[in-house]
Design a protein around this ligand. Structure first.
Ligand code: HMG
Ligand code: MG
Length: 298
């Protein structure tokens, strides 16, 4: 059975751009977000309030957020700690995301913490956000495979998911940071989570397309009842702290599949493709999305 409605969590402006070497001007980022909203996306992750030395591309968060804050869409932002939360709240952010890791190697590389130290760092972030009625998403990276540790055991993932939910996160997003997941693994993880009291309704899925599996994995997740799907316009993306992380699932590829399945997203695919084609000219290379390429040549 497939859901009739799907919520797309657009991450192009954050996950999509964070790994770009050349600095994208703040005005272009704002225009990107505005055009994504115009194309019908309603949840658009805008930026990260992290240490500027760790992610230089997003060092302009303070300048960018006010340029898009008036849009009638949800604009979640990443915050790793209370300092990041303070910065986000000062600008009026109403949705934040913390980002944990299922593996020790990536926790160290991405957050300079052990898994448990990172969770301890998030705890005051989540409780403060909740006290201010700010919605909190909990990302969990390396849910399937890790570039240093290989395949990640299911119980390890389940344990950190439970910790994030028990902390008060409103929803989780299961990250396949390096794109190694396959549909059978997705089904197995969702079943293990369900058994541990984490139902598909509490989950989003966040696939990277490194091995071309992102869309197949998404279909598997939809069939298991997941209705929140992360995607990145034009298939932009990667993580600076995970070697071999490439582009996210392209929003256009997702919309094309959902349309074919009769699942309405309210997204104007033409406008979205035009937005990604426009962004590609700014980044100086064509979009890796098959749908963007196909529809750009029409
Ligand atoms: P640290 O070096 O351990 O930081 O980094 P610290 O707590 O020791 O503080 C050191 C200095 O940083 C201090 O300044 C702090 O004030 C400052 P000093 O006193 O030395 O002058 N600082 C900050 N400044 C601005 N904003 C902040 C902030 N926090 C501390 N928020 C830290 C720890 C978490 C800060 C660092 O590791 C970091 O910023 N990491 C972010 C990495 C990141 O953004 N990665 C990409 C996002 S995750 C991802 O892409 C995966 C995902 O897409 C899902 C998937 O695909 O799996 C979500
Ligand atoms: Mg990601």
């Amino acid at each position: 059975d497939l859901p009739t409605r799907v919520r797309i969590h657009e991450v192009g402006a954050r996950d999509g751009l964070q790994n770009e070497k050349a600095t994208v001007p703040t005005e272009i980022k704002a225009e990107f977000i505005r055009r994504l909203a115009d194309a019908g996306l309603t949840t658009i992750e805008a930026t990260s309030f992290v240490h500027p030395k760790w992610v230089p591309q997003l060092a302009d968060a303070e300048q960018l957020f006010p340029l898009v804050g008036d849009l009638p869409v949800a604009l979640p932002v990443l915050v790793p700690n209370v300092k990041g939360l303070d910065r986000a709240l000062a600008l009026g952010a109403r949705r934040v995301a913390v980002f944990a890791s299922a593996t020790e190697s990536f926790a160290k590389a991405n957050l300079n913490r052990t898994v448990d130290e990172a969770l301890a760092m998030f705890e005051p972030v989540v409780s403060r956000a909740k006290a201010e009625s700010v919605q909190v998403r909990g990302y969990l990276s390396m849910c399937f495979g890790d570039p240093w540790e290989g395949a990640v055991p299911l119980p390890q993932v389940v344990k950190v998911c439970r910790a994030l939910l028990d902390m008060g996160c409103d929803e989780l997003s299961l990250g396949d940071t390096i794109g190694v997941a396959t549909p059978g693994h997705v089904v197995a993880l969702l079943a293990a989570l369900d058994e541990a009291g984490v139902p598909p309704s509490a989950l989003g899925v966040h696939f990277h397309d490194t091995y071309g599996q992102a869309l197949s994995n998404t279909l598997a997740a939809l069939q298991q009842g997941v209705t929140t799907i992360d995607a990145s316009a034009g298939g932009l993306g990667g993580c600076p702290y995970a070697k071999s992380a490439t582009g996210n699932l392209a929003t256009e590829d997702l919309v094309w599949m959902l349309r074919g399945l009769g699942i309405d997203t309210g997204i104007d695919l033409g406008r979205l493709v035009a937005t990604s084609a426009w962004m590609a000219t700014h980044l100086g290379r064509p979009s890796p999305s098959r749908t963007v390429r196909a529809l750009s040549h029409e």
